[in-house]
Design a binder for this molecule. Structure first.
Ligand code: ZN
Length: 373
């Protein structure tokens, strides 16, 4: 079947580089590794690298799978703005929910919306908010107070919050909220001798941030599974969140488990049994490329169809928006073809579910209103 999807809602993505990247910077975005490729190898020789070479050159007037050097040369000829505009607009994304917490010379939500011809909303990264607050704070009392105000202020403009506690400590945090005395003691310990920009890794303050967000009721995105080597993957299994998920239930705050891979089936289980848990397979689909169909099929084994969300997790390169969208659409089309051909799914149900995954679930969850197109 040919899927006619609505404009995608990309519920987890990041800004793109404002300047044209050189070859090394470009390839560094084709991996989650923070190290160079092994001698004699290239990150272009990965599922993600092949997906970029398949989908992106035709959008810049070249043949699919043309040599990477030719592609990068063409990109430089066009300039960063023009290449970004063409690629973003071809991705089919209508709404960007942008995690604004990453450092670097990246476009903000408004610029991304302008370049991509869509609309954008911010997702506030809790740990970055705490670090900025600490940089400007005068003592633990003021830090805790200003941070509370900053979380409350964010609810007026942001579509949700995001936590990378998985990176900073792991997901096996004590599930209960810390007491006010514990928060103040932890803030005093952390701020004592802290140099500006220092990362937050204190488990009490990480839990305080999570619970501050939970109490606002806005959707809370949690990094789980696959990510860069800053994390210990074995501490990012979403099942480690089970007691936290139970503790959050009475507060009505939706928890959105990002990425998940290779534990996406664990995330699917949690989404299946807990009303307020949602799942996403964005990053995993782009990185598994030609195998994305298998990963999406596994996510759809247990995740209720109204609770799985499309995202690209694009960061730095507009190419990653294109790849995220095309790989998702292709994997989904193949699955729907197989499941409708076997009679397991009806054609109309298949189309309805495709619309939910592409946009409807995110529009409902983040209160974005009906599709404007
Ligand atoms: Zn991300």
């Amino acid at each position: 079947m040919t899927l006619a999807l609505p404009p995608l809602v990309d519920h987890h993505c990041h800004g793109v580089l404002r300047r044209s990247p050189d070859a090394d910077t470009f390839t560094s975005h084709l991996t989650e590794s923070d190290a160079p490729a092994a001698p004699g190898t290239s990150f272009f020789d990965t599922q993600l690298g092949f997906a970029v070479r398949r989908w992106c050159p035709p959008l810049l007037g070249l043949d699919p799978h043309c040599p990477p050097e030719r592609y990068l040369e063409r990109r430089r000829e066009l300039g960063a703005d023009e290449a970004t505009r063409r690629l973003l607009r071809a991705s089919g994304t209508g709404t960007y929910l942008v995690d604004t917490g990453l450092p670097g010379d990246l476009t903000g939500p408004a610029e991304l919306a302008e370049l991509g011809g869509g609309e954008a909303h911010a997702i506030v990264r809790l740990e970055s908010l705490a670090e900025r607050t600490a940089d400007a704070s005068h003592g633990p009392e003021a830090f805790v107070e200003v941070l509370d105000h900053a979380v409350a202020a964010a609810t007026r403009t942001a579509a949700g919050f995001k936590s990378i506690a998985a990176y900073r400590y792991g997901l096996g945090l004590d599930p209960e909220p810390p007491t006010a005395a514990e928060v103040h003691a932890a803030a005093a310990r952390w701020l004592d001798g802290r140099t500006p920009g220092e990362r937050l890794t204190d488990p009490v303050l990480l839990r305080h941030l999570l619970w501050s967000a939970v109490r606002t009721g806005l959707p809370l995105q949690l990094h789980t599974g696959f990510g860069d080597p800053d994390l210990r993957l074995d501490r990012c299994d979403p099942l480690l969140l089970t007691d936290f998920v139970r503790a959050v239930a009475p507060y009505g705050c939706p928890l959105v488990l990002l990425h998940g891979y290779p534990y996406h089936r664990h995330a699917a289980y949690l989404a299946n049994v807990f009303t307020h848990v949602y799942a996403d397979v964005g990053l995993a689909l782009s990185h598994t490329g030609a195998r994305a169909e298998a990963v999406l099929a596994e996510a759809l084994e247990l995740t209720p169809f109204g609770k799985l969300l499309y995202s690209s997790d694009a960061f730095g390169l507009p190419e990653l928006y294109v790849v995220g969208a095309r790989v998702f659409e292709e994997a989904l089309t193949r699955l729907l073809d197989a499941w409708t051909a076997s009679g397991a799914w009806s054609g109309p149900d298949g189309e309805r579910v495709a619309h939910l995954l592409a946009a409807g679930n995110a529009r409902r969850l983040y209160g974005l209103g009906p599709d404007p197109s």
